[in-house]
Design a protein around this ligand. Structure first.
Ligand code: G3P
Length: 219
């Protein structure tokens, strides 16, 4: 399973990428705003740190505008990193039109704000490279988010659909385990949750004991 980091925080991206577990990055307008840094600066840096798909979000509402925006985002990235640019397109009929055209032009897309298996199926049919079902936001309104991952994986396997499933809006480490057990291609995970995934209290206790016992050994 691939792990993407769901943040625009450059320090976190640098640190967690150094662990050797980050395969890509997803950003969105909220995450970019939270980082407090200029978008151009973020773009330039992220591509240098992570050699994998990097999602940048288009914020237009009409297909033609999304396409223009996608091209402008691609042009902002230096040529040697362009293979990793993925444009996040919202799951709307206009978004689907844009995805279809961008695919023809060789621009990868990640259809975002997906909340049902039908939406994922349409995004895949339109030619999305990735679909991002938001499971945490479904959990938040009392609907079992992981159920749509199960449905999407079943449908994509049934029809040999190549679009990769990015499980997004992850709220805790168990979401990642569940997504992996269902065979989802990717989980995009906020830094705080990545850190929790790496830790276990028994690991900490074990290290402390080994360090203390080592002090008792004659060297
Ligand atoms: O990549 C965006 C997605 O993961 C959003 O998550 O926490 O805002 O629902 P959240």
């Amino acid at each position: 399973m691939k792990i993407f980091i769901d943040t625009a925080d450059l320090d976190e991206i640098k640190e967690l990428a150094s662990w050797g577990i980050v395969d890509g990055v997803t950003t969105n307008p909220t995450l970019v705003a939270k980082s407090g840094r200029p978008f151009k600066e973020i773009i330039n840096e992220i591509f240098k740190i992570v050699d994998g798909p990097i999602s940048l979000e288009a914020v237009s509402e009409k297909a033609d505008d999304m396409i223009k925006e996608a091209k402008s985002l691609v042009s902002k990235v230096s040529e040697k990193y362009r293979k990793n640019v993925t444009i996040k397109i919202p799951m709307t009929p206009e978004g689907l039109k844009a995805v279809k055209k961008l695919k023809k032009e060789g621009i990868k897309t990640n259809v975002t704000l997906v909340f049902s298996a039908n939406q994922a199926l349409f995004a895949a049919k339109a030619g999305a490279s990735f679909v991002s079902p938001f499971i945490g936001r479904l959990d938040d309104i009392g609907q079992e988010g992981m159920q749509i991952i199960e449905e999407i994986m079943e449908i994509f396997v049934n029809y040999d659909i190549e679009t990769e499933v990015i499980v997004a809006s992850i709220r805790h480490p168990i979401h990642v385990i569940e997504a992996a057990r269902l065979g989802a291609d990717i989980a995009t995970v906020p830094p705080t949750i990545i850190r929790k995934m790496a830790r276990h209290s028994l690991t900490d206790v074990g290290i402390e004991k080994f360090l203390n016992d080592w002090k008792k050994v004659k060297k």
